[in-house]
Design a protein around this ligand. Structure first.
Ligand SMILES: C[S@@+](CC[C@H](N)C(=O)[O-])C[C@H]1O[C@@H](n2cnc3c(N)ncnc32)[C@H](O)[C@@H]1O
Length: 241
């Protein structure tokens, strides 16, 4: 089940209904406190959260845990940030359930790109500025990011990097090296849709330094493209503090 990017008002009705009839909820780190507070009071809560490099539970253990709980006859909710099928490993978890013959359903959620872009006043597509949008992982492995930079650095395209905080220097310099102008607008959204939301906006040349000086906290999403410029006029969510 997708819990959306953080604001509990962004849960779907189906998610809320199932959370309130669950026996057990297995949840990730990105599921916000106010959302967990909406889970049925009597339900057991199991933290399976993941943090960069330190995994509370290895993925295989999570898969097996879901199988075991379901075989005990419990109504199990596997609660994940955003959407389970977008950088959420939802496919792997239900694959194990399918192999064991356990019935399941998938509840979509508002993915971080949609939630953060809306709350930052950045339309991901726009007739005049962006005819396509790509969601890509900015996860750094062995000091680099193995991506098709040429395909990403296209005019008229918005790029959304999930998990890009540690790799912000790499991704900005690679996009410039593959043809995007250093003045291409770029923004980092921290804790999007939550009362603590912050947005750092600059361009490909300045974003790494803004991040270094900004005392940034995870989770963060990076949006690159001409549409970022629209934020100046379209921003509407400015939480206090
Ligand atoms: C493992 S991915 C999970 C994505 C999730 N399944 C989704 O659809 O949004 C985790 C990444 O999502 C992004 N993210 C999730 N929630 C966010 C939020 N409220 N604000 C900013 N970024 C967020 C961050 O880039 C974070 O590193």
């Amino acid at each position: 089940m997708g819990a959306g990017p953080g604001d509990p008002d962004l849960l779907t009705f189906r998610a809320l209904r199932l959370m309130q009839s669950a026996d057990v909820v297995v949840y990730d780190r990105l599921v916000s406190r106010p959302i967990l507070d909406l889970v049925r009071l009597e339900a057991e809560r199991i933290y399976a959260g993941k943090e960069r490099a330190k995994h509370a539970l290895p993925q295989e253990d999570i898969n097996q845990l879901l199988v075991r709980l379901a075989k005990e006859g419990k109504r199990v909710v596997r609660l994940k940030g955003g959407d389970p099928f977008i950088f959420g490993r939802g496919g792997e978890e239900i694959d194990t359930l399918a192999a064991e013959g356990i019935p399941f359903q998938v509840v979509p959620g508002i993915t971080a790109a949609a939630g953060c872009a809306s709350y930052a006043g950045i339309p991901l597509t726009h007739r005049d500025f962006a005819q396509s949008v790509v969601f890509v992982t900015g996860h750094v492995q062995d000091g680099s990011m193995n991506l098709n930079w040429r395909a990403l650095a296209q005019p008229g395209q918005t790029i959304v990097f999930y998990m890009g905080l540690l790799g912000v220097d790499i991704l900005c310099s690679q996009l410039i090296a593959h043809g995007l102008s250093a003045t291409t607008p770029a923004a980092l959204i921290q804790q999007g849709t939550l009362p603590q939301q912050r947005v750092l906006a600059g361009d490909l040349a300045s974003l790494p330094q803004l991040v270094r000086e900004g005392g940034v906290k995870a989770p963060t999403l990076i949006i690159i493209g001409e549409v970022v410029r629209l934020r100046e006029r379209l921003k509407w969510f400015e939480p206090a503090g």
